[in-house]
Design a protein around this ligand. Structure first.
Ligand code: GLU
Length: 414
């Protein structure tokens, strides 16, 4: 494969040359100067010919700011990183129960190309080849071409640009893919794979051969980070529920045999591929894409892993290390015509609703004042917060106090 810059890479929407780009650049330089080992995948010539010195990283925030350093716009084949996104598509198309009936969600603890069925005859998870090929077979279509077409459009929507097929890589994958054909045959025999083996394996080889850049992977990850909305295009690619489910499976099964160690050390749901790419996600904040072809013993990009470990430490991205004192949901409190108006802002979750209740209890004297909660600057209300705010209103009224909630966009629901 001749790697070259993508022509229609996502537009940089953030400040370039700013502190985040500089931090990414420094991490790349530090790791390049170190002695991270690794071997480029060699089972097909298109991967064996990759330049081991290519090294790029890109991060895209949930607000759509794009940061990149090194070879962030060099194309390579997505390989196994296609798996979580096709899983997301299957969840959208046929629903969680129908997918779960045919593909499990447990880590396998076995190599990615092992014959790993559970007691019910399902592939144990969608991140190993057996489960991924079965998942591809679940995408409704009348032919292999149509199935691949749907997969390509979905992955393009995640990336925010039209992804192209690396024909040579696809032909090589197809001509060396006997084990994948055999796995598909077993999945069919077990009743997990739908339709003909060929109609699952061929689109699977093609989905693995789609060309992406580190910046594309960052956009794909950022879409999962943002409840299914691509922050570059604004398109709702999948539902927030599907994004959450996909991230959950990536967290437990995404990094081959090292998934447990990965979530401990790096703490981001992630998926790697033998092309040298890794997509990693901090839910609600960032999608990160990394590209460096030499792989470690587990098949994960060696430099990619090193970059992510450093970024997690530097940017505080570990999933289980979230801030306990987020920005206050109360923007300001003002008096208006004898009312005390509390202006709320941002996303209201459990912690935000709890804070609102406590701050109101502390600062409002109910004898003399009536209270208005204004949701004008609120972007989203989680069900738990809606419930707590409704209870707050009902209890105030039950005690003869006057509490009005201004919610013109009906964020609290009915
Ligand atoms: N096309 C490769 C396979 O199915 C993908 C391997 C990978 O990225 O893990 O064997």
């Amino acid at each position: 494969m001749v790697a070259r810059p993508a022509e229609d890479a996502p537009v940089d929407a953030g400040p370039t040359g700013g502190p985040v780009d500089a931090a990414l650049e420094q991490v790349i330089e530090r790791i390049r100067a170190g002695d991270t080992a690794g071997i480029v995948a060699s089972y097909i010539p298109e991967l064996a010919g990759a330049d081991p010195e290519h090294f790029g990283v890109s991060a895209i925030s949930a607000l759509g700011h794009v940061y990149r350093a090194g070879d962030a716009d060099v194309e390579f084949t997505i390989q196994s990183i296609s798996k979580p996104f096709v899983y997301a598509l299957a969840l959208e198309e046929i629903g969680i129960e129908a997918v779960r009936a045919r593909v499990g969600v447990e880590p396998s603890g076995e190599p990615f190309n092992a014959i790993s069925f559970d007691a019910a005859g399902r592939p144990v998870n969608p991140m190993i080849n057996l489960g991924a090929i079965t998942t591809t077979s679940l995408i409704p279509a009348d032919s292999a071409d149509e199935r691949f077409g749907r997969i390509r459009s979905a992955l393009s929507a995640f990336a925010g640009r039209a992804l192209q097929l690396d024909e040579a890589a696809y032909l090589s994958e197809a001509s060396t893919g006997d084990r994948n054909v055999a796995l598909a045959g077993l999945a069919k025999a077990n009743g997990a794979l739908i339709g003909e083996v060929e109609d699952a394996v061929d689109p699977y080889f093609r989905q693995c051969s789609l060309k992406v850049t580190a910046a594309d992977l960052a956009a794909m990850g950022a879409t999962l980070a943002s409840g299914g909305i691509n922050p570059l295009t604004g398109e709702q690619v999948i539902s927030a529920e599907t994004a959450r489910r996909t991230l959950s499976v990536m967290a437990s099964c995404g990094m081959y045999d090292l998934s447990g160690q990965w979530i401990l050390d790096v703490g981001m749901p992630a998926k790697s591929g033998v092309g040298g790419g890794i997509v990693a996600v901090t839910p609600g904040s960032f999608g990160i894409g990394v590209f460096s072809p030499p792989l470690d013993d587990a098949g994960n990009s060696a430099r990619g892993t090193a970059v992510l470990k450093e970024l997690v430490a530097e940017f505080g991205l570990h999933l289980f290390d979230r801030p306990v004192t987020p920005v206050s949901p109360i923007e300001t409190i003002r008096e208006h015509d004898g009312n005390v108006v509390v202006y709320l802002r941002g996303e209201l979750d459990f912690l935000a609703a709890e804070r609102i209740a406590f701050e109101i209890a502390e600062s409002v004297s109910w004898e003399t004042e009536s209270l208005v909660l204004d949701l004008g600057s609120v972007t989203r209300v989680e069900p738990v917060a809606a419930r707590l705010l409704r209870v707050l209103g009902a209890r105030a009224r039950a005690h003869g106090r006057d509490l009005t909630i201004v919610d013109e966009r009906r964020l609290l629901g009915d």
